[in-house]
Ligand binder design. Structure first.
Ligand code: NAP
Length: 288
């Protein structure tokens, strides 16, 4: 029987642990969220981050800017937050409007407050030497956590990462190398995805293409993590129906895989839990 990896439950345990750790602190960790425009998906993500933070006693301060914001308005706010001792973390909700140079914005966040782990200093640390207090990107960190709930020692496993974005695929591949996996990265130019999948003990898909990975592509006892969030219609009450990249029902039905994370309820809740864990790390780093 294929194990269902319950990201929601695992994330709840992580948040409970963070909440307990907060009890021994003399002040509350706090992070700033910069939100530009009225993108409905961004509004939902930000609302969830604020709610989850408040639930465990972390302060989340929202700074809103209109769609026509200038580069200097955002950079000035980040510089102000960089200097503010009461702000331990800073995140920029993506995407930013096209007049904004996103790379420059990420570059000026103080690396010790970069709780999304996107600043080049933190990306570099991920590449050349993770330390206990390194701020790692939240979704990849959450994926590794989920994998380890199934198999603590990932050493020597053949791991396939599908997707090579800077926020998911690339950092994830690096983290898997740190775990001593033999890592393959697939992307839109990859020609033999089925063969690569059939050779993999671990498959993590972060593409955004429903049914990209099907039951006939799975090696016996493989562990499958589905990062993607795709919309496949609406319920009668107007809610989006979500799915990942993996043909979840047929894979579960085939029973070949050792474990699979569902969408929703897999990686998504872990991303927020890892963000809150990073805010606590940033608080501790900045209080030293
Ligand atoms: P992205 O920047 O659009 O990257 C998608 C990647 O998929 C690219 O590297 C692309 O290759 C690759 N790709 C496209 N078609 C492919 C194919 N047929 N076979 C193999 N690879 C293919 O996306 P992202 O930001 O990484 O996000 C990926 C998915 O994860 C999305 O569904 C997103 O919503 C979801 N996501 C979820 C969370 C969460 O918390 N659960 C967090 C972040 C993202 P090229 O590089 O060659 O173009």
């Amino acid at each position: 029987m294929t194990i269902l990896i319950d990201g929601k439950k695992i994330a709840s345990q992580i948040k409970e642990n963070i909440k307990k750790e907060l009890e021994s602190l003399t002040s509350k960790p706090s992070f700033a969220i910069i939100l530009v425009g009225n993108n409905s998906a961004s509004e939902i993500y930000v609302r969830n981050k604020i709610r989850e933070a408040q639930n465990i006693g972390i302060i989340a301060n929202l700074f809103r800017f209109s769609e026509d914001v200038t580069q200097s308005e955002i950079t000035n706010k980040i510089k102000e937050l960089n200097k503010d001792d009461n702000t331990h973390g800073i995140i920029i909700q993506m995407p930013l409007p096209k007049q904004i140079d996103t790379k420059e914005i990420i570059n000026i966040i103080n690396p010790s407050k970069d709780v999304d782990g996107f600043n080049p200093i933190n990306v570099g640390k991920l590449n050349i030497g993770i330390e206990k207090d390194t701020l790692l990107p939240c979704t990849p960190k959450g994926c590794i956590y989920l994998l380890k709930t199934i198999e603590e020692n990932l050493s020597g496993k053949n791991a396939l990462v599908i997707g090579r974005s800077n926020i998911v695929g690339r950092p994830l591949a690096n983290l898997l190398v740190h775990e001593n996996c033999t890592v393959t990265m697939a992307h839109s130019h990859t020609k033999n995805l089925k063969d690569l999948c059939l050779n993999s003990d671990i498959i993590i898909s972060a593409v955004g293409s429903p049914n990209l990975v099907t039951a006939d592509m799975i090696k016996k006892d493989a562990i499958l993590i589905d990062v993607a969030i795709n919309q496949k219609g609406m319920t009668e009450s107007g809610k989006h129906i979500l799915c990942g990249d993996m043909d979840y029902n047929s894979i579960l039905g085939a029973g070949i895989a050792k474990a699979i994370s569902p969408v929703p309820g897999g990686v998504g809740p872990m991303t927020i839990a890892m963000l809150l864990s990073n805010v606590l790390t940033a608080y501790n780093n900045n209080s030293k």
